[in-house]
Design a protein around this ligand. Structure first.
Ligand code: ZN
Length: 244
């Protein structure tokens, strides 16, 4: 199977559209969405409708959860909270119902998909280092764990003792699935935070056993302007230019 991995779209229609245009040339069998279709960006409804059309395997992100359950808003910083309140008011009933259908964890073919971490997905704790990865990979037995949430593409490779961090470089990375286990993050479509403003997505090929992260230029200016014009925090638009 060739899976298209998407995560953290965050209501950024320009980025989402650019990725979908790019992947027309990629043969893939199924889309896996790793959470956070909404929050921060100015087009939550459009992104939600488009995601649904892709009929993906999905998991719940913390922003998706917070538009459904306002009691979770206290978890977020000021900017994110303002954006989430705005987002909740700009989603149709059918989109809210779609978000509510997302499970926090999905397992298939020795793969686990979550938004934050595979141990307690609803703690929304981040995996930001190889020590974090080691902690979580020891709590599971799956060969491949897919996650998002940090908005930083990464490969963590576990050899049974320690974890090695591999920064994706745009070339297919061969997974040594007989001997090792992996935690894979495709990066963020709509709000990259690895100092590369381009939208990120990944392809996981479970026949070839390869994982590749790709980047796509998109109309950052338009997405940023929409955020500011919508009255959302200016910072959320400005950060898109630098991918921070
Ligand atoms: Zn996110």
């Amino acid at each position: 199977m060739r899976y298209l991995l998407l995560s953290d779209v965050h209501g950024n229609w320009e980025a989402f559209k650019a990725v979908l245009g790019e992947v027309k040339n990629e043969k893939f069998d199924r889309v896996i969405f790793l959470g956070d279709i909404v929050g921060y960006g100015a087009d939550p409804q459009k992104c939600c409708e488009q995601l649904k059309k892709l009929e993906p395997i999905t998991v719940m992100g913390n922003h998706d959860a917070a538009v459904l359950r306002p009691e979770l808003l206290s978890w977020f910083n000021h900017y994110a909270r303002l954006a989430l309140e705005w987002t909740a008011a700009h989603l149709s009933k059918s989109c809210l119902e779609y978000l509510a259908s997302f499970p926090v964890r999905v397992k298939f073919d020795d793969i686990t998909a979550v938004h934050s971490n595979p141990y307690k997905p609803e703690s929304w704790e981040y995996i930001l280092s190889k020590l974090d990865a080691l902690f979580y990979i020891k709590k599971t037995s799956d060969r491949i764990i897919l996650f998002g949430h940090t908005h930083i593409p990464v490969i963590y490779e576990y050899d049974g003792e320690s974890v090695r961090t591999i920064k994706p470089d745009g070339n297919p990375f061969k997974l040594d699935i007989e001997n090792k286990r992996y935690m894979l993050n495709p990066g963020s479509v709509g709000q990259p935070r690895d100092n590369d403003p381009r939208a990120a997505y990944a392809i996981l090929d479970t026949d070839e056993m390869t994982f590749v992260v790709k980047r796509v230029e998109y109309d950052v200016e338009k997405a940023a302007r929409k955020i500011i014009d919508a009255g959302l925090p200016r910072f959320l638009g400005e950060r898109l230019y630098t991918g921070e």
